[in-house]
Design a protein around this ligand. Sequence first.
Ligand SMILES: CCCCCCCCCCCCCC(=O)SCCNC(=O)CCNC(=O)[C@H](O)C(C)(C)COP(=O)(O)OP(=O)(O)OC[C@H]1O[C@@H](n2cnc3c(N)ncnc32)[C@H](O)[C@@H]1OP(=O)(O)O
Ligand SMILES: CCCCCCCC/C=C\CCCCCCCC(=O)OC[C@@H](O)COP(=O)(O)O
Length: 297
Amino acid sequence: MDVALLHGLLLLLILPVLLYRYCATFHYFCKVTFFNLWVLAMATLLSPFAAIRGRCVENMKLLCAAIRPLKHLYGIKIEVLGAEHLNLKEPYVIVCNHQASLDLMGMVEVIPKRCVPIAKKELLYMGTVGWACWLSGIIFIDRQRTGDAIDVISQTAETIRRENLRVWIFPEGTRNQSRSMLPFKRGAFHLAVQAQVPIFPIVISPYWDFFSSKEKKFTPGTFTIRVLPRIETRGLSPKDVPELTETVRKTMVDVFSEMSSNPCRDWPAELPLLPSTGATKGTDGVWHDEDTTGTSD
Ligand SMILES: CCCCCCCCCCCCCC(=O)SCCNC(=O)CCNC(=O)[C@H](O)C(C)(C)COP(=O)(O)OP(=O)(O)OC[C@H]1O[C@@H](n2cnc3c(N)ncnc32)[C@H](O)[C@@H]1OP(=O)(O)O
Ligand SMILES: CCCCCCCC/C=C\CCCCCCCC(=O)OC[C@@H](O)COP(=O)(O)O
């Protein structure tokens, strides 16, 4: 009886390890859960310290520092090109493509000082994550209430000039892992035109090689972030916003396509600290999925 119990316990211990090793879907969910737990734990740890300072953009530094180690844990290498463009003292608006929550890892690599993201209001209700975001000055919009969202963006146009802030916006408005970018929402461009500040487009290369929520794939990998030169808005008025939006989107889509066909492959991904048994490193130095399940998941 005791031996049977021991065997049962051993199996219970070994089963998750085997599943993690051989079942790609389980592997994916473990990694995604760990990501969310990390964010939640860091937000819980840091919020009391941030609260001492009160709601203030300087708290973004704490949040970014808490997210940075994740790339090492996942064995993800990030290459940044053109970061020098952002060395500008004045306020500006950053627009960036939005593939997944993983974008946080890229965002913390390039986000300049005194920069706050615009986020969906739902984040505010995610316990300590919402608290940490609020304390860091993140701007929340209710996507269901267009009028309210526009009001918030209009107020932001005044705030960024008054307080010399930068704003980071995902103009697709939602996560998108398709082969191109979604149509852009115009809020970011209205904001830049109202505040008469430049726009910096940032393009994050596709994650297809190592991450896909549809295929439940999450292996070590490499991605590139390209900061494009500034686009001026001085002298533009609201009637110019549709054309400005399309011009910026086209520029970003072209860069995204170019990055898709020329992924950065000349350097190996970092060795992950988290065991990543679902992938193997090929002779080309790049990590590949190991289809151990036969399901190609
Ligand atoms: C350790 C702890 C770590 C914690 C980590 C947390 C990290 C957090 C990271 C956070 C990451 C979080 C990431 C995220 O959460 S991503 C989700 C949130 N981001 C967005 O939604 C992007 C911004 N959205 C927009 O720009 C939309 O346009 C809004 C929401 C404003 C309306 O969208 P909607 O779909 O409802 O309508 P529409 O786009 O068809 O527009 C309707 C009309 O309104 C016009 N219009 C628009 N704006 C303005 C304006 N300002 N002044 C004057 N007019 C304006 C516009 O031109 C159009 O008119 P017309 O042109 O057709 O005539
Ligand atoms: C008392 C309630 C407690 C709830 C605790 C919830 C814990 C949640 C823990 C971690 C959440 C990590 C959130 C990371 C946020 C990354 C930003 C992001 O990617 O947001 C998605 C948003 O751009 C677009 O959303 P949709 O694609 O439209 O959807």
